[in-house]
Design a protein around this ligand. Structure first.
Ligand code: ASP
Length: 598
């Protein structure tokens, strides 16, 4: 090695030691006689002093050094002169008195500061990702990610799980997204699909008798990129035989709790993780991935206002919709423009409008409320009793602001869920150091698919219906529930899984329900149905989004911050500049020709 120590490990105990260091120039200060270099490597930063009286040649070389030059230094560790210690730096009590030094490689002036955590345009960061990754924040994130993966491997190994790699060139696995396709050279006109997940393969591993499988698996879904979504992402994928739902939930609860404890002990986790039914979270939070760090729960007000004189309420109810609301503590004084902002948010999500009801100005007990204190366009249509009942249902008092939406149930839920999130943010209700994990369970088996109106799986087609609901599949499939569960945390879905169907008969039945013809099923999934006929054990599993998990642990708000080389919002890799055109020869080999875009 060109170094005996890393910069970050030097401390008082090493005073007097001769060390060799190598790294990057983080900063250089020329104080006339002395030159100070902050030398940085992965483990930290240490101050190096070049004194012309101790090392003349070294001092001359140091005067050539600029930020991001790669240099080596040898010298003696010394205590800094009293009064010059830097308590902000872990190595701040010491410095290295340089004797020899060399510039191993100069650097062009970087397009942004490496030594400062300043805002930099993301396109620039991604283009020069290797420089961006040199910055402290990204180094910390990548190291954290490494520790998470290492923890997972050790944890599961200790519990009898076997890591098995599954192929990347496979046949489409339906997880509800568009596939990335790879044309076959050897089989003209045929395509591999990149796995949306290793779902079918891990199930086949259960048929194969592996019993406990896991993998840190790359998954590919051709969907629009978002803050918490990438075209290619990583899952902790696992599957177990001979299990019931609680076995898997307990394992995941233990894994996540122990992981946080190990890699980020300063974060707080509530244990046991609540198990909430899908119906319950939709009712209370309007979403299946609620942020449970704060209350502001949604309440149904339909029964209170159905008979009111306010036409907005009456018509929503007449059309089969609902009136629901939340309250914002202490926000009765919101200005017109603050209320307009909330209204715009509601409208951008599809609501016709947001009804706000301000209760007085300063805080007080609901008993003292008078109609004069109520500010709302609906005020003249509501009685004092109705307003009080609404407020009581929402848990509000004088001084609070009520946010009410009247519309079709689904829309009401969506809008109130976002408003709840927004008020949580504005009022800083969520503790930043808390991870509020929960399991959402008891999902319906099916949902109507947006575009076609056909039945689609709520999770995926391999999810096992609840035993007692199997008979409903023939009569009222929409009423059937399944053994599907999600893990949520702080408003994100961080994973999902299910117990699986393990007989070909039931699997065929579910495929038929989903509108597949028998011949499609044989073509697309024949391998799995056949495997089920050779002694498939009961099994189930789950997949956790590794990127999202690390994002939450790192306190980041975008998964790109915890992925070394992510795609940008436009699904492009700006570091390598992909996608990129291919030659006519390459296309011809693949039996492809490009269509003119109209
Ligand atoms: N394959 C599923 C997914 O990617 C997870 C599972 O059911 O285990 O969401």
């Amino acid at each position: 090695m060109l170094k005996t120590h890393s910069c970050g490990e030097l401390n008082k105990k090493l005073v007097g030691a001769e060390v060799e260091l190598a790294g990057w120039v983080d900063r250089r200060r020329d104080h006339g006689g002395l030159i100070f270099i902050d030398l940085r490597d992965r483990e930290g930063i240490v101050q190096v002093v070049f004194n012309p009286e101790i090392a003349k040649a070294g001092h001359e070389i140091a005067s050539e050094m600029r930020n991001e030059y790669v240099v080596s230094v040898s010298g003696e560790v010394a205590l800094r002169p009293p009064g010059t210690e830097n308590p902000k730096l872990p190595t701040g009590e010491v410095e290295v008195i340089a004797r020899n030094t060399a510039i191993l490689n100069p650097s062009a002036t970087p397009p942004f500061y490496i030594n400062e955590d300043t805002e930099v345009d993301e396109a620039l960061r991604l283009r020069y990702r290797y420089l961006d990754l040199r910055r402290a924040r990204m180094q910390t994130n990548l190291l954290l990610r490494h520790r998470v993966v290492k923890f997972i491997r050790d944890f599961l190994d200790a519990r009898g799980f076997v890591e098995v790699e599954t192929p990347i060139l496979i046949k489409s696995t339906p997880e509800g997204a568009r596939d990335y396709l790879v044309p076959s050279r050897i089989h003209p006109g045929k395509f591999y699909a990149l796995p949306q997940s290793p779902q079918q393969l891990k199930q086949l591993l259960m048929v194969a008798g592996l019993e406990k499988y896991f993998q840190i698996a790359k998954c590919f879904r051709d969907e629009d990129t978002r803050a918490d979504r990438q075209p290619e992402f990583t899952q902790l994928d696992l599957e177990m035989s001979f299990v019931e739902q609680e076995d898997i939930l307990n394992l995941i609860e233990e894994l996540l709790t122990a992981m946080v404890q190990s890699v980020k002990p300063e974060l707080r986790v509530m244990k046991p993780f609540p198990r909430l039914s899908y119906a319950e979270v939709m009712e209370r939070y309007g979403t299946d991935k609620p942020d449970l760090r704060f209350g502001l729960e949604i309440r149904d007000l339909t029964d209170i206002v159905a008979q009111s004189d306010f036409s907005v309420f009456r018509s929503a109810v007449a059309e089969g919709g609902k009136v629901k609301g939340i309250y914002a503590p202490g926000c009765a004084n919101y200005t017109r423009s603050q209320l307009d902002e909330l209204n715009e948010l509601a409208q951008s999500l599809g609501a016709k409008g947001l009804l706000t009801i301000s209760l007085g100005s300063s805080a007080g007990s609901l008993e003292d409320l008078t109609m004069e204190m109520v500010r709302s366009v609906a005020a003249k249509y509501l009685t004092l009793n109705q307003v009080k009942e609404i407020a009581r249902r929402l848990g509000a008092n004088i001084g609070d602001l009520l946010l009410v939406i009247a519309d079709q149930t689904e829309l009401v839920n969506t809008v109130l869920s976002e408003l709840r999130q927004e008020m949580g943010r504005r009022l800083e209700l969520a503790e930043p150091d808390q991870l509020a994990f929960a399991f959402v369970v008891d999902f319906p088996l099916l949902q109507r698919e947006g575009k076609t109106g056909r039945w689609g799986p709520m999770h995926h087609p391999f999810t096992r219906p609840r035993d007692e609901d199997i008979s409903l599949l023939d009569s009222t499939p929409e009423a059937a529930h399944s053994w599907h569960y999600d893990v949520v945390c702080n408003g994100y879905e961080i994973g999902g899984g299910s117990l699986r169907i393990f007989t070909s008969e039931l699997q065929r039945k579910v495929f038929r329900l989903l509108g597949y013809s028998d011949s499609d099923v044989d073509g697309l999934f024949g391998h799995l149905l056949e495997a089920f006929d050779y002694g498939a054990p009961p099994h189930g599993g789950i997949a956790l989004g590794l990127d999202r998990m690390v994002m939450l642990l790192a306190g980041e708000e975008n998964i790109r911050e915890v992925i070394a080389f992510p795609k940008n919002q436009n699904a492009a890799d700006l570091t390598l500049n992909a996608p990129w055109p291919v030659t006519e020869e390459q296309l011809a080999e693949l039996h492809l020709s490009l269509r003119e875009e109209k």
